[in-house]
Design a protein around this ligand. Sequence first.
Ligand SMILES: Cc1ncc(COP(=O)(O)O)c(C=O)c1O
Length: 391
Amino acid sequence: MTKRLFSHRSGVNRGPNRLTVALEQERQKKRDIIDLTLSNPTLARLPFDAQALLDALSNRDLLVYRPDPLGLRSAREAVASHISESGLSTSADRIVLTASTSDAYAYLIKLFCDPGDELLVPKPSYPLFEHLARLEAVRLKPYPLRYDGLWHIAIDEVEAALTRRTKAIVVVSPNNPTGSFLKRDELDALSKLGLPLISDEVFSSYPLINDRTRVRSALESDQTLVFALFGLSKLAALPQLKLAWICIGGPETLAEEARERLELIADTFLSVGTAIQLAVPQILKIYQPVSDAIRRRTKRNLDALSDLDWPVSLFHLEGGWYASLKLPNIESDEQWALDFLNKDQVCVYPGYFFDYERSSVIVISLLVAEPIFDEGLRRLAARVGATVKKG
Ligand SMILES: Cc1ncc(COP(=O)(O)O)c(C=O)c1O
């Protein structure tokens, strides 16, 4: 009966996975958990200027509602000049504000896809794609990223995944969790496929190394339609303020058609709050100390990780907030994660959450405050040592 009553797309398996069950059990024992999956920056002991943020958010103009589907012009102008400061050329007319990157994906899927159409997505990558696609009634076709000491988008794999129902290609730069940036040759090759590129660049202000082969943004391509996604959730470490943006690039006529259609989609929802739209020009002036602190911390934690002498290899990392580790193949990724949690009270992601095919990969966050990160690493290293000795 319920099956007939509700949509297929809302019928996601809601049962908890083994790790969530184990985490709940540990919490009930009132044990302190070291959370090496932390991705909520507001809980990461960062130097937010609370008063400056509250001041930015308090504005008498928010007492009046003057909706603009694409976002208030003043907000879009601030966003456009922020993007232009990084050397990319854009304007307020090429910006669409959304409440989150997830909303941006949902708008773009509506823009290009009908039910049953396909989107190409990288693998391993952001676990939310599966849910976003399901809710929009589209199918995901993964294109694997290849690893040979560096991560690559294998263009032959992208081409092999194309079908006549493919409507857009998603790239994530730097990717979550591999941390790999989009390279110039990859962008050139993808642009030639003639499909729109949806380029999630929310972590692009967090490089961990310099690399001249990377592009600043997929917006550097002028051959195809590009939708670059950014937002305050990573840029300013303020996910609770709910503001993201799409920057449209590519051939002028197509970009204009896309903008007009997106305006209609956005007008149907009008989801972005007035308070944050009024505040964003000021927030873009004051966010830097926090993003600087994140850059220092992720680099420092990566160094601590690289300095460890243990039978674990770190996948090459170019940017972002996460690191992927290849553990000894004596246990599955899930079993390693359960052992760390049950025996050492350390929470890590098993690689399968991100569609890693290699069986004993785990993913940890570099956003964790330094002393907690070090204690977490110490416990991981001791557990790996003990397990290897036993096995
Ligand atoms: C690749 C990627 N895109 C987008 C987001 C989330 O952005 P938002 O909070 O704007 O939805 C995340 C969050 O972890 C992410 O990893």
